[in-house]
Write a protein that binds this ligand. Structure first.
Ligand code: SAH
Length: 401
């Protein structure tokens, strides 16, 4: 912290376009929009941005690496970024989740980065374990203070620190997966979502261990599953499958390329066998590349298919290819659906827009020459708000054939 406080304030002037983008509430200042900078900035420096009239425009966290140079914390009147500021903002973030969940759901997102005003920082709750994930070293000099404030306002057994891949070797003294506060982890973490129990690998699992963003789609799938044979493609640890089973599915097939994901899905079924509908549902797992498997499986063998692939466009240059892949998956899945069957197609690619994704699914559905009806389109759940264009990554469409 000391080097942050002893240097003169880092002052920036930015392009006219960037000024208006920031004023409109966009949280990112890109390096190529910076016109003037009074000194070299360190990771985590508070950068203060002045407009053309030399008036305070806003402030944010400086990151000397990567194209996003400043992640904005505040735009408007000058404010002091002290301990009270952080406390007040965390209170507001936590208040936004108040009453969203009952006692049946103790796993959800507490802070969704930029969309909650804390850019590049995610905080997820899994029962009494919190997972704090940072995507920029701009947070490392402030971590102790942030962890103190979280601990004060949301008492928990422990806080695990996760580092995004690009900062794992740059975040000294912190390490990926360390327990930054609280008790050691002696057993797997188990939490509840809509009354279902799930095991989660908070130390090594993808994201923070679970795809909390799909909860509302899982709840919808439960309502559509009665009497159906369900295929959960890209199943991960079986999230959708447990809801389908509880909703009365006759059988559920988990399809994933990762054996670890499928073992976790088996354990998650075991954790919920006290629920009669789950105990009586036939559950099987298939370890395969979903693209290949969907192409070669027996036609008309399912009544409900969920397609929830990982992001198919990690960067802008992969966008076209990803749109094509969504079409291919949809075409293959439709062939496997019986008459009256339902397809739930999801996309979590930020680089593919909702229109592009829906367009490619609809085109494949039309091409099939089968009659179909659109049942529903969904986006972000309330604990994963999306407040600027790049944040809208999640979309899903429900079709009945
Ligand atoms: N639907 C899940 C999340 C899916 S995450 C949930 O609600 O929890 C994406 C999953 O796709 C991961 O488990 C990953 O192992 C799997 N995956 C990635 N590429 C794959 C491929 N080519 N074939 C099958 N599974 C794949």
């Amino acid at each position: 912290m000391s080097n942050l406080e002893s240097s003169p304030v880092l002052r920036l002037r930015v392009s006219q376009t960037a000024e208006s983008i920031l004023r409109s509430g966009h949280p990112w200042l890109f390096s190529d929009s910076i016109r003037e900078q009074n000194r070299t900035g360190q990771a985590g420096d508070l950068a203060v941005i002045y407009d053309r009239k030399d008036q305070f425009l806003g402030m944010g966290l400086f990151d000397p690496e990567g194209p996003i140079r400043v992640r904005m914390l505040h735009v408007g009147k000058p404010q002091k970024l002290d301990h009270a500021w952080w406390q007040k903002h965390l209170t507001a973030i936590l208040d936004r989740r108040r009453n969203l969940f009952d006692a049946e759901t103790n796993g959800y997102r507490l802070c969704n980065g930029e969309n909650d005003g804390w850019p590049g920082l995610i905080l997820d709750r899994y029962d009494s374990t919190l997972v704090l994930k940072i995507y920029t070293t701009a947070w490392t000099p402030r971590l102790e203070e942030i962890v103190d404030i979280i601990d004060e306002q949301f008492p928990c057994e422990r806080i695990i620190l996760r580092l995004s891949r690009n900062i794992q070797d740059k975040s000294s003294p912190y390490t990926e997966g360390q327990i930054i506060r609280g008790k050691p982890l002696l057993e797997p973490v188990i939490f509840m979502e809509s009354g279902l129990r799930f095991e989660v690998d908070v130390v090594r699992g993808q994201k923070t261990g679970f795809f909390l963003d799909q909860r509302e789609n899982r709840r919808l799938v439960e309502l559509l599953s009665q009497g159906r044979r369900v295929l959960n493609a890209f199943s991960f640890s079986g999230g959708f499958s447990l809801y389908a089973a509880r909703g009365g599915a006759v059988s559920v097939t988990d399809l994933d390329i990762s054996p670890h994901a499928l073992s976790a899905a088996n354990r998650n079924f075991e954790l919920n066998l006290d629920q009669p509908a789950i105990a009586s549902c036939h559950h099987e797992t298939v370890k395969a590349d979903a693209f290949d498997w969907l192409d070669s499986a027996a036609p008309a063998s399912f009544d409900l298919i969920i397609l929830d692939p990982p992001s198919l466009a990690k960067r802008e240059s992969e966008r076209e290819q990803a749109i094509g892949a969504y079409g291919r998956l949809t075409r293959s899945a439709i062939k496997l659906l019986r008459p009256g069957g339902i397809l739930v197609a999801c996309s979590c690619s930020a680089h593919v827009s909702t229109e592009e994704f829906l367009g490619s699914v609809r085109e494949a559905a039309t091409e099939s020459t089968r009659e179909f009806k659109e049942l529903q389109i969904t986006a972000h759940p309330a604990d994963h708000p999306a407040t600027f264009p790049e944040a809208h990554y999640l979309k899903a469409i429900y079709l009945r054939f």
